[in-house]
Design a protein around this ligand. Sequence first.
Ligand SMILES: Nc1nc2c(ncn2[C@@H]2O[C@H](COP(=O)(O)O)[C@@H](O)[C@H]2O)c(=O)[nH]1
Ligand code: MN
Length: 377
Amino acid sequence: MGNSVLDGRASAVSGDGVITKFYTSTAWIEGRAEQQLEEIAGWTGVQRVAAFPDLHPGKYGPVGCAVLADRIFPQLIGNDIGCGMSLFQLDLPVRKLKLEKALPRMRILGEPGSEDQGWRLESVGLPTDMFATSLGTIGGGNHFCEVQTVAEAEGSTGLDASRLYLLVHSGSRGLGNAVLDSVPPGAYAGLQEDCDAARAYLKDHGNAVRWASLNRQIIAERAAEALRADLTRLVDAPHNLLARHGEGWLHRKGAAVADRGFVPLAGSRASASFLMDASSHGDALGSLAHGAGRRYDRSSMHGRVRAKRSDIEGMQRTPFGGRVLCEDRDLLIEEAPLAYKSSKAVAEDLERTGAGHRVAEFHPLLTFKKTRDGRRS
Ligand SMILES: Nc1nc2c(ncn2[C@@H]2O[C@H](COP(=O)(O)O)[C@@H](O)[C@H]2O)c(=O)[nH]1
Ligand SMILES: [Mn+2]
């Protein structure tokens, strides 16, 4: 046991599972999140847990961790299966972006796509009618599509500071929800891989992961078209998914896949996001923090930020001279930058604990969240 305040990377054994924390005593970690970590480490079949500094409480377990077990726990992945961050380079120079013109054009993201997406679904091996009308839409909560500038970048990244970038955060919309809803009662105690329920979950989960990745691509294409630009995908890093890991099953919940290259670490609509290079630390289970992580839950945000008309207008502008397209007053408040931990502090903790290091810093310029007509999910 012993998940007391730890300095540097440290392991603590709770039940059978060994927890490795990639954060220091300066990290903002809620007691409830650490309690959830210990509970999960005590579940039968859990072998190892890696916890990152964006850790915060979640519905069935904390967000910001990777859990290795000898069986499958669908609830650990949650309902937004395949949610992730994709980073794109636009062929649009920063100096050519006219914010006041771009802003209304980005409203298109609040509307359902008009094209027949059947062929896109087919191209990734999915049925042509699978949640087709939701493709290209962002969803609610903290999902977003953000135009960013490069503030700093190591040469190894190949990033070009004269260009604009797009960071897209979205998941599998109603599909992931339907997949979690369909698991049979009892599955939350853990599924052995050789049963029908596990086979069905793995197939549906795989579809949702592919659907979510395609969705981020289509969202980015719609945004690029609105900005009259072409785009290249640089990174696709899902953070809610299950994967084979040796003999076991690796559950990533708000922990980015970090064994395929650089990983985006999102900040907030008014703070820096980073590109991270993960070290190949075995205890990190090929994973890394995916964002700053929540500091305050949604409902408590209503008592924390002022919401007069002038405050609301102020929230649609950022200290970087950027703009936020969010016409849902509640969402604007619940997603205020104060709701999140410091992305810089999270990145610094990953560096101190040897999990990875920053290779680039991005600043938000135009964040799309939701228009008035857009549905909230
Ligand atoms: N650059 C931006 N980052 C944002 C914004 N809203 C939230 N966030 C960050 O994304 C992660 C996503 O967390 P998840 O658990 O829902 O996957 C969150 O931790 C924030 O740090 C934004 O508008 N722009
Ligand atoms: Mn997510």
